[in-house]
Ligand binder design. Structure first.
Ligand code: HEM
Ligand code: HEM
Length: 136
């Protein structure tokens, strides 16, 4: 059971990582487009991969939230409490909620909500790093 608890934690990290790629692929796309020919096969393949990551962002994000909650339930049911874990899961749920709001927001407020969404992601990354150092 202990191993399964850890496994759920790592699945959360993977889903979260795939969600963060939404930002990374767009930045990399910007760099690649400057350097490569429009028709270059690498760029064509990269564009397909980028579109997949952007299209499924919502699902990776919700997945991260769900697995974090499952990890939380398992750890709590085993009587294990972690302050860094609790902070991480709270921030992650806020990130997911903010993402959902972002999806429904009109162009005017979008910039501000995106800023909050991104800032929450940075906070989650920092807290999860501390959590992993503590639990590893
Ligand atoms: C965003 C939320 C979270 C993430 C991404 C996360 C991730 C992880 C990962 C990857 C591990 C395994 C580390 C290893 O293999 O050594 C782990 C372990 C652990 N986590 Fe979390 N965690 C989160 C939230 C929580 C919460 C809310 C709690 C408890 C209230 C918690 C309690 C623990 C405990 C007790 C362990 C050690 C398990 C053991 O040694 O068997 N975590 N976490
Ligand atoms: C913990 C999970 C999540 C993480 C780590 C995450 C991460 C990110 C990051 C880093 C960006 C910035 C990308 C950019 O600057 O273009 C972003 C944008 C965005 N996110 Fe999330 N997100 C998560 C969950 C969600 C969820 C659940 C939703 C929707 C239901 C969502 C909707 C959006 C939207 C609409 C954008 C604006 C850019 C776009 O449409 O691709 N996010 N997210």
């Amino acid at each position: 059971m202990e191993e399964f608890g850890k496994f759920l934690g790592w699945v959360t990290v993977v889903c979260f990582g795939l969600s963060v790629l939404n930002y990374v692929v767009k930045k990399l796309n910007f760099v690649l487009r400057k350097k490569l020919d429009k028709e270059a096969p690498v760029l064509v393949m990269y564009t397909k991969l980028m579109k997949l990551i952007i299209r499924y962002h919502l699902y990776f994000g919700i997945g991260a939230g769900v697995f974090a909650l499952l990890h939380l339930c398992l750890q709590l049911s085993a009587g294990r409490i972690s302050l860094t874990g609790l902070i991480a899961v709270t921030l992650m749920i806020l990130t997911v909620l903010c993402g959902i709001i972002l999806k429904k927001t009109g162009a005017v407020a979008r910039k501000k909500v995106l800023y909050v969404h991104r800032s929450l992601v940075v906070m989650v990354i920092l807290v999860v790093i501390v959590h992993l150092i503590q639990m590893g």
